[in-house]
Design a protein around this ligand. Structure first.
Ligand SMILES: [Zn+2]
Ligand SMILES: [Zn+2]
Length: 338
């Protein structure tokens, strides 16, 4: 009889703990041994003693928190390489969320559990695509776990941005986006749609873009927006953190068109309340259809649901005869909630 994963992977105050392996997955506070799915701040916290993750995730963690806080010992594990930790075999698979993002497969006592971390199924030129892995239990995020959330193709949303730039050549388009993943994906899709002018960056976005480049992701010409003259920014595209687009920083720009790239832009009132003139529905999380597709593909008889609208997905899983429960993990918000 395989040992059910709920007997050896449990929720503790520090996060999800794998007892036979002696490690936490994306722990919420500093621990001795951490396995990290990706470098977003709600999953990768500073101060662990030992950190295991993909090489790209480790590099981005060093960039964001400084080498001294990104894990005293950093152990890199490539996708598809298995590692035995005590009685547990651990393998990382691409999650398609941001560069380096991984799903974590744990095999122990005859059972397979996949912890998805955050994931998406849409194509993204800046990271490896999600790979569905058959398992007994699938731990899924549900950030956009409501039928109302359906993300259009990112290329179509970028074409809307480019149409607006063509229509208002004297104005600066400032696009709110979070610094890790979304920012680089926007640039890469802009390039794929033929935009080859320099893209201007708020200071908060520079370091991670440089790390992406160092890891081999081509982003074309980038310029700091902070030192650029107002005239130079006329007709330009500026990427900035969501917190910066509504404040004084953005008002310095030439008659800005305030844009925001987020899955939440599906909600009209949300865009309106944030003063967003051009909402772009671009998300690094699976939408409702892709959550359901993924659950079918991994064919797990049981799913555990984390951060987001758990109830709707649990209900939908029940209709597919999949056992589902909410995993009570507090502390995962998303960088995208801004
Ligand atoms: Zn994330
Ligand atoms: Zn998350």
């Amino acid at each position: 009889m395989p040992k059910h994963p709920e007997t050896w992977l449990t929720v503790t105050p520090s996060g999800l703990y794998c007892a036979p392996g002696g490690f936490y997955v994306d722990p919420l506070r500093a621990v001795e041994k951490a396995v990290i799915s990706h470098a977003h701040a709600d999953h990768a916290r500073p101060g662990h003693d030992h950190v295991l993750a993909t090489p790209a995730t480790l590099a981005i963690m060093r960039t964001r928190m400084g080498a001294d806080r990104a894990g005293r010992v950093q152990q890199a594990l490539d996708y598809h390489q298995s590692l035995k930790i005590n009685d547990v075999t651990l393998t990382l698979y691409p999650a398609g969320h941001v560069l380096g993002s991984a799903q974590i497969l744990l095999e122990h006592a005859g059972a397979r559990i996949v912890i998805s971390g955050d994931y998406k199924r849409q194509s993204d030129p800046t990271c490896a695509g999600f790979e569905p892995e058959a398992c007994d239990v699938f731990v899924t995020e549900a950030t956009f776990g409501l039928p109302v959330f359906r993300h259009p193709a990112a290329a179509d949303e970028i074409d809307r941005l480019l149409a607006s730039v063509a229509l208002f050549p004297e104005r600066t388009h400032v696009v709110g986006c979070y610094a890790l993943g979304k920012c680089q994906r926007l640039i890469a899709v802009l390039r794929a749609r033929g935009y080859d002018a320099p893209v201007f960056l708020h200071g908060a976005h520079v370091a991670v873009c440089e790390t992406y480049r160092a890891l081999g992701i081509d982003l074309g010409a980038l310029r700091p927006a902070t030192v650029a003259a107002k005239a130079e920014l006329q007709g330009a595209i500026v990427l900035a953190p969501p917190s910066a687009i509504a404040d004084r920083w953005a008002r310095r720009l030439a008659d800005p068109v305030v844009c925001m790239a987020s899955g939440w832009m599906r909600i009209r009132q949300r865009a309106k309340a944030g003063g967003i003139e051009l909402p772009l529905i671009i998300s690094d999380h699976a939408d409702w259809d892709d959550l359901l597709t993924t659950i079918r593909e991994v064919a797990a008889p049981e799913i555990w649901v984390t951060h987001g609208a758990e109830e709707a997905l649990i209900h939908a899983a029940g209709q597919l005869r999949i056992r589902a429960r909410a995993l009570a993990l507090i502390g995962y918000g998303d960088e995208e909630t801004a």
